[in-house]
Design a protein around this ligand. Structure first.
Ligand code: FAQ
Length: 328
């Protein structure tokens, strides 16, 4: 029998039927699971988004991590250590979810350190004072929650399940940030000024976390049709602004946006646009800390080479022992 004969004998793959089954699952708002058939573009879109999300968690450890050795008290140090460790955990859940799509952790790490995949723009801004730890918790984790709670219902099973746990932890992170800032706001004038200065620097970059405006977002339409994204970038940005304004009032800080005001007709706050040219520059690698963040991640990966080697050698040894035991 020739190869051509074998091909002829193989049952024809019913691509149209598979696609119809996939679309019916999406229409029922059911989950797509790793072993289910999925269009190549759906798989690629998910790898792109989940990888970017995982990289963000890992790179996101750096801005706050820089303050661990300089925390103002043992209590603050313990809280910050736990938070940064949680971010590492989120990265791991997300890398694991991404691996179910057929890409390895090694490949994903390489794509990050070779700058072939993105991570959130927000982590390319520096943390200049301890108030930034609080502001990141309040605004950056706050924005992350707005964006990620709907992702608990995303159409890809492993991603949605990872998001449930991530969101629980992010809520705790947001509260710790708010608690830190409210403690500082009850302190000295200097501490209050430090909080306001930090909020002024992080407000616009936090709004950029939701991605470009809908009419300039090339991926939103298809990702919404597939149930990967449940809301558009602008919808989530609006939700975040509406949520943050009363929190800022309670805290006693203002946002650096002269256009920010309640619009009774819309039932939402009106607000100004972030500097989208700055956003594009940061995404392209020209933000204040892009080079430093990637260099640090690359070095950490290289420094950890011996751990990976030792772990692989140990696993090989155990597998060999198990094989020998089975054949005895
Ligand atoms: N930064 O067409 P869209 C966190 C890219 S986790 C950099 O609108 P999409 C936890 C986008 O990839 C924060 N790049 O794209 C934490 C695309 O490029 P591509 C991360 C961005 O995917 C807290 C292009 O622009 N969260 O903070 C950004 O439909 C504290 C066009 O954009 C997630 O990743 C950006 N901000 O919507 C950790 C959530 N925005 O790939 C430590 C999951 C857009 O076509 C401390 N991801 N781009 O070349 C998502 O929800 C979506 O991917 C969006 C972007 C909404 C981010």
């Amino acid at each position: 029998m020739t190869a051509t004969d074998l091909d002829a004998a193989a049952p024809a793959v019913d691509e149209a039927g598979l696609l119809a089954g996939f679309e019916a699952t999406i229409a029922r708002s059911d989950r797509i699971e790793p072993r289910d058939w999925m269009p190549d573009h759906y798989r690629k879109t998910l790898i792109r988004q989940v990888a970017q999300h995982a990289h963000s968690e890992i790179i996101g450890m750096q801005p706050e991590g820089a303050w661990i050795t300089r925390a103002p008290s043992l209590r603050r140090k313990a809280i910050l250590l736990a938070k940064v460790q949680d971010e590492a955990g989120h990265g791991l859940y997300l890398y694991s979810a991404c691996e179910t799509l057929g890409v390895s952790r090694q490949e994903l790490t390489e794509m990050l350190i070779e700058v072939k995949q993105k991570y959130s723009s927000i982590f390319n801004y520096p943390t200049l004072s301890y108030a930034d730890v609080g502001t990141i918790g309040w605004l950056v984790d706050g924005a992350a929650i707005c964006n990620q709670v709907p992702l608990c219902r995303t159409s890809y099973g492993p991603y949605g399940r990872a998001m449930i746990r991530v969101c629980k932890e992010e809520s705790f992170h947001q509260r710790q940030g708010y608690e830190l800032l409210s403690t500082m706001m009850r302190g000295t004038d200097e501490q209050r000024a430090m909080v306001q200065e930090s909020v002024d620097r992080f407000w616009w970059p936090a709004l950029m976390m939701f991605g470009p405006p809908d009419d300039e977002s090339p991926n939103t339409e298809q990702s919404m049709a597939w149930g990967i994204k449940r809301n558009t970038n602008d919808d989530l940005r609006q939700r975040f602004v509406d949520m943050s304004v009363p929190q800022a009032e309670a805290l006693g800080v203002t946002f650096p946006d002269p256009e920010l005001r309640w619009n009774a007709e819309r039932g939402h706050h009106d607000f100004g646009q972030p500097d989208w040219d700055e956003f594009m520059q940061v995404v392209k690698g020209n933000g204040p800390c892009n080079t430093q963040r990637i260099a640090h991640r690359r070095k950490a990966h290289e420094d950890g080479g011996w751990v990976r080697e030792a772990a692989t050698a140990f696993a090989d040894k155990q597998a060999a022992a198990r094989r020998q035991e089975a054949s005895a």
